[in-house]
Design a protein around this ligand. Structure first.
Ligand SMILES: Nc1ncnc2c1ncn2[C@@H]1O[C@H](COP(=O)(O)OP(=O)(O)OP(=O)(O)O)[C@@H](O)[C@H]1O
Length: 605
């Protein structure tokens, strides 16, 4: 009985999946069609091999009927041999066709997945900053990985199985009718007696399965969060607390799963019992027909094989439909990304920026809010201009809008009112790539990628020669520590540059900016103090970078501020004062207060 329990259990699963089916939820699958239709030859070959394999597999039971009636019953060994050879020949064709069908549909599946993944990734990179403000990166990568994996697992095999099963059902039913219309009618009438109770019961299972999945999702979200923050967990000695929390959630998931399994066990029992009753009924009815002489023994055997093929195919279809439903869900989540339009795109008729660059920046009565419905703007009526080669420092308390100013300048967001001009041209009239080529941006906490040092420096100019990379590295004082590394520029720096010190990371980011060689430098000075030696090296690297470039700097260091041609004092999104350091100090007031509190003076101590 245990041997039977295995297929019976998987059948119940399939039937449960069928019960979950809601046809309209399969609609998103249509979006996969264009990806498949892009490969018409492979698709046509798949259909061809599918038909050949289905037809040949239907021919074999017909041979079986002949073997029994003309071979076994008449005890004619020659006939058995003839049919045997025929079956072997048909099986050879069927094997070749099935293998080819599997190969072609799987290859199409892989191709579709690769194309879809690429389309989503490319599209995501084009979307604007606002999109990433409102969508969690973790969720997006999970869509890119998880949803693609779900589709990948199903597209090739499930489509193949669904097509083959549908053809088999139609073929087997036709052959059943041809073999014995009366027996077919009996089967068709008896089938609902089994299906109805099973479907009704499996509805209960549906809700349970969702609860298990929710509990599991909760568990994996917690693991991702905690494993990404092991240092914080250890530092606050929360290992045991978090482990306990994880355990209690894990137990929830376990209990939900046990409940579901118990319910499924009942379903398996129902399926085994009703299935056996049906089989006994069919054998009894078939035997009666043989005794009456309305069918031969061979025809009965043939009929039963077709009936088994049809029921196998039916359970396959139901299983596939269940799988396709989750594929539809994943497809929907991915196409949602593809359907999102970037709020910031290239203008319809772009204007060219002057060549060579004028190196000027102008904010003209700019107002801006991240949330368009907000009543108080983040920047309010901000106007200033930076001439070629000038250094302008932005200072102000936390949250006053300094980083926002640099984001707007690179057109990560569009201004709500007013205009920003670079080299005399409104940002919104310039192609995004052309605009951003004008800036070298050094972030406060520079992004270091998991590749090698050379790859990190080359990030903005992938075709730079080794000599150019080294020249930039020398200017940024990166070369000195690189030569001491065993693999030099080919040293892998680890995710987020974990193998580098804070000062080294900053110099690496400066080398990257030097190599980009853009006319306007946007600099967000690090607030965290480096030791004096590191600080001096970063300062020297920055001086190389600033040479001959227009610079807009969010300043935290007194040295930068002293050297600036102009200081803009921001407060709550407004420029409350501007001038040189000496002028502003002489005025006293807000700037002098701020300077005392905020600016790092370690270099003057
Ligand atoms: N992506 C965002 N979405 C919504 N609000 C934001 C976003 N970025 C910043 N803000 C808000 O805009 C205001 C200005 O932030 P901004 O980062 O420009 O200030 P800042 O002067 O650079 O501050 P800090 O010196 O602390 O970096 C803050 O109130 C902040 O909460």
């Amino acid at each position: 009985m245990t041997d039977e329990a295995v297929p019976a259990e998987s059948n119940s699963d399939k039937i449960v999946s069928a019960a979950k089916l809601q046809p309209k939820r399969l609609q998103p699958l249509r979006r996969l069609l264009p990806f498949m239709l892009a490969y018409p030859v492979r698709l046509a070959l798949t259909v061809l091999f599918l038909l050949i394999s289905a037809i040949t597999s239907l021919a074999i039971p017909a041979m079986l009927g002949g073997v029994i009636d003309q071979g076994f019953i008449e005890q004619n060994l020659d006939k058995v041999s003839q049919y045997g050879l025929l079956i072997i020949a048909i099986a050879a064709v069927m094997a070749a066709a099935s293998g080819s069908r599997f190969y072609f549909i799987s290859v199409i599946g892989e191709r579709v997945i690769a194309d879809l993944r690429q389309a989503v990734f490319t599209h995501l990179l084009r979307l604007d900053a606002r999109y990433f403000d409102t969508n969690r990166v973790g969720e997006l990568t999970s869509r890119l990985n998880g949803d693609v994996a779900i589709i990948r697992g199903a597209v090739g095999s499930s489509f193949s199985l669904a097509l083959r099963s549908l053809v088999t059902i139609v073929g087997a039913l036709t052959m059943m009718i041809l073999t014995s219309p009366v027996l077919t009618l009996a089967v068709v009438i008896a089938a609902p007696a089994i299906l109805i109770p099973v479907v009704a019961y499996s509805r209960r299972l549906r809700g349970m399965s969702r609860r298990t999945q929710d509990a599991l999702a909760d568990l994996s979200a917690m693991a991702t969060e905690m494993l990404g923050a092991t240092r914080t967990v250890k530092s606050f000695t929360q290992e045991n607390v978090q482990s306990g929390l994880y355990q209690s959630r894990s137990e929830d998931s376990y209990r939900a799963e046990v409940k579901r399994l118990a319910a499924r066990a009942v379903l398996v029992g129902i399926v085994i019992f009703l299935g056996t009753c049906a089989l006994v009924g069919m054998v009894w009815w078939g035997a009666r027909s043989v005794f009456e002489g309305s069918v031969t023994a061979g025809q009965l055997a043939q009929f039963m094989v077709y009936a088994l093929m049809a029921s196998g195919a039916l359970t396959n279809v139901s299983e596939v439909l269940g799988t396709l439903q989750s594929v539809a869900g994943s497809t929907e989540r991915l196409t949602e990304i593809l359907d999102t339009e970037a709020a910031i795109e290239d203008p319809k008729s772009p204007k060219p920026l002057p060549v060579p660059s004028l190196g000027t920046v102008e904010f003209d009565r700019v107002s801006f809010a991240y949330d368009p419905s907000a009543t108080t703007p983040i920047l309010n009526d901000v106007s200033f201009s930076v001439a070629k080669g000038e250094t302008v420092a932005l200072v102000g308390p936390s949250g006053s809008g300094k980083s926002t100013t640099l984001s707007l300048l690179q057109r990560f967001y569009d201004v709500s009112e007013g205009a920003i001009r670079v080299d005399g041209v409104d940002l919104r009239d310039v192609r995004l790539a052309e605009l951003r080529q004008r800036f070298a941006y050094v972030e406060q906490e520079p992004t270091i990628f998991a590749g090698t040092i050379a790859e990190n420096i080359r990030f903005g100019k992938p075709d730079a020669s080794d000599a150019e990379v080294e020249a930039a590295a020398r200017a940024a004082l990166v070369h000195d520590f690189v030569v001491d590394l065993p693999l030099g520029y080919d040293t892998v720096v680890g995710e987020r540059g974990v193998m580098l010190s804070g000062g080294q990371k900053q110099r690496l980011a400066i080398a990257r900016a030097i190599l980009k060689n853009a006319p306007i430098l946007l600099l967000d000075e690090a607030t965290s103090a480096l030791d004096a030696q590191s600080e001096r090296l970063v300062q020297m690297a920055l001086e190389h970078l600033m040479e001959g470039r227009t610079t807009l700097v969010i300043a935290h260091r007194l040295a930068t501020i002293r050297d600036a041609n102009k200081i803009l004092v921001l407060d709550a999104g407004e420029i409350i004062d501007q001038g040189t350091h000496e002028e502003l100090v002489a005025k006293g007031g807000r700037y002098a207060e701020l300077a005392k509190l905020q600016f790092r003076t370690d270099e003057t101590i």
